[in-house]
Design a protein around this ligand. Sequence first.
Ligand SMILES: NC(=O)CC[C@H](N)C(=O)O
Length: 227
Amino acid sequence: MKAAVLTFPGSNCDADLLWAVQEIAGQEAALVSANTEDLTGFDLVLVPGGFSYGDYLRSGAIAKFAPVMGALKTFAANGGYVLGICNGFQILTEAGLLPGALQVNTSLEFICEPEPLIVANHQTAFSNQYAAGQTISLPIAHGEGNYYADPETLASIEAHQQVVFRYAENPNGSLNDIAGLTNEAGNVLGMMPHPERAVEALLGGTDGLGVFESLIAATKGAVHVAN
Ligand SMILES: NC(=O)CC[C@H](N)C(=O)O
């Protein structure tokens, strides 16, 4: 598996993601500037957490205009796997690659804590190494993680089993306890919790490894997606 880790001005989880993919999961990975317009040759594009463009206007609202976004949309449309974590999730919803939006947490506070999650769908490219209904713990660190979608969109998301992770103890007001969901095609996932911060015992847990192992399984033998 060959992964691109995008870096926007203000990304701050790109180095952690690169570490998780290269050093822990043992896969090929490269940092790719948000100014690039070519994602040819990658099986997976990772959109990291942080404060892209300072979170000005709204988290992800400026990043959606970055030069790489055209290539990312083409990559996703061609079936390439895309994983957005935290600010990456916010960027993917702003760009229209995922439904809904991330609002300010109901507490109006930035929340940074380990969070129990339930694996709501273990039959996806991002979660196939977890058991059905498994409870895992991953850290969250966000001020805008309160997932919202209009009732019609929410019903469609549930009908197509797009919710992959739900909060066991909803920390931010997200509708239907949604912590992570895919697009309808199932090749794009956004999640607020940080799997890359839970990939070795030294970090306090290894429950995040399953996301990367699932992607390795999903891309086994995959032909690189043409841009
Ligand atoms: N860790 C992050 O990616 C932070 C996300 C975003 N800037 C927020 O506070 O909601």
